[in-house]
Design a protein around this ligand. Structure first.
Ligand code: SF4
Length: 346
């Protein structure tokens, strides 16, 4: 595989149209190619017989299709989660997860190899940062999931950028991939269907707001005071909690969107009644939903997940005292190490 060749998965439909115009090929062939890529999930040019030979020859000479081979595939015992370890052209591995909850099929995809944010409880953070993914490598993960669904006449309905990496640290590539995933003649994922999860990269949140990007935003909070948050999420030293909340307020005011606030529940660390009240006060007046996720244990961090009684108490306080909606996420797929980065570390 020649990584230097243009990856077809990295191109929006207008970019592909411009390329074909330069090559003096009819726009009809763009429509056919796009259909092969995003409807038929073709995995090679040889699986595109309706493209004329001269078009395929030119594509073969100057482009590549960045389909990602699977190094490892594991199913959780409850059948709700399938995790793929996919291999990039430079032999690095990334994780993509297919999740089936309440009938919805969601792909959790990665935006970087490793991560520079260093959250202490996260397997990817413990790996460190290697590089950004390209737009094509991000799109290829969604297409990998869609290709596995197609024989079952199912379609990918949701994408969450919650896999390895901090998506707002790789802003340009992620937004290019979002544009491709949203294309109405392709996967056609609506604004409500793509969620980007950040650990609190303030300039990225403000840019999302300015550009009114059609995505949902999830912000990993994990602690409601600056000192406690900085101990879990080192990036909080650069972008303190008050700045983060200010950026979230701007984002919600500008876009009219509610933000999901993620809270990894760690026993004895951030799961007390006082912690719940601190969250309630912090998010007061903001359009918010809190997602409580019992911690995924990792080898590099001693913390353990909160018990279900603590999670219920937390949720009850948010609802009763602050009228703040919340969910407690199931830690599905734990037996396949479905916390981000855990398969790659292994
Ligand atoms: S939790 Fe997300 S942002 Fe933090 S280190 Fe892990 S991948 Fe990076």
């Amino acid at each position: 595989m020649h990584a230097a060749l243009l990856d077809l998965y990295a191109l929006t439909r207008p970019e592909l149209t411009a390329l074909f115009a330069r090559w003096e090929f009819s726009p009809v062939h763009v429509a056919r190619l796009w259909n092969y890529l995003y409807w038929e999930c073709a995995d090679s040019l040889s699986a595109m017989p309706k493209l004329p030979a001269k078009v395929r020859r030119r594509l073969a000479a100057e482009t590549r299709l960045g389909v990602l081979p699977t190094a490892l595939e594991t199913d959780s015992s409850d059948g709700f989660t399938r995790k793929y370890l996919l291999t990039l052209a430079d032999r690095a591995n990334i994780e993509t997860v297919l999740m089936r909850f309440t009938g919805r099929v969601t792909a959790c995809i990665s935006s970087q190899v490793g991560c520079a944010m260093g959250c202490v409880f996260c397997a990817t953070g413990q790996m460190g940062y290697t590089r950004h993914l390209t737009p094509g490598e991000i799109v290829a993960q969604a297409m990998h999931v869609q290709r596995t669904l197609r024989p079952h006449r199912q379609r990918l309905r949701n994408v969450v950028l919650m896999g390895m990496g901090e998506p707002l640290h790789n802003y340009e590539a992620v937004m290019q991939a979002v544009d491709i995933l949203r294309d109405t003649n392709g996967l056609a994922l609506g604004a409500e269907r793509i969620t980007l999860s950040t650990v609190g990269v303030v300039p990225g949140i403000l840019r999302l707001a300015r550009e009114k990007r059609p995505v949902h935003l999830a912000v990993s909070l994990h602690a409601a005071t600056q000192a406690a948050r900085a101990a879990l999420v080192p990036v909080a030293q650069k972008w303190p909690l008050d700045e983060l909340i200010g950026a979230c307020r701007t984002y919600s005011q500008t876009t009219g969107r509610r933000i999901f606030y993620e809270w990894a529940l760690i026993e004895g660390k951030n799961d007390s009644a006082a912690d719940a009240r601190a969250v309630g006060r912090l998010l007061h007046g903001l359009p918010a939903q809190v997602n409580l996720i019992p911690l995924n244990p990792t080898a590099g961090y001693a913390g353990v997940p909160s018990r279900s009684e603590a999670a219920k108490r937390f949720q009850h306080i948010l609802a009763e005292e602050f009228k703040l909606p919340s969910t407690v996420r199931q830690r599905r797929g734990l037996d396949i190490a479905a916390g981000c980065g855990q398969l790659a570390v292994r």
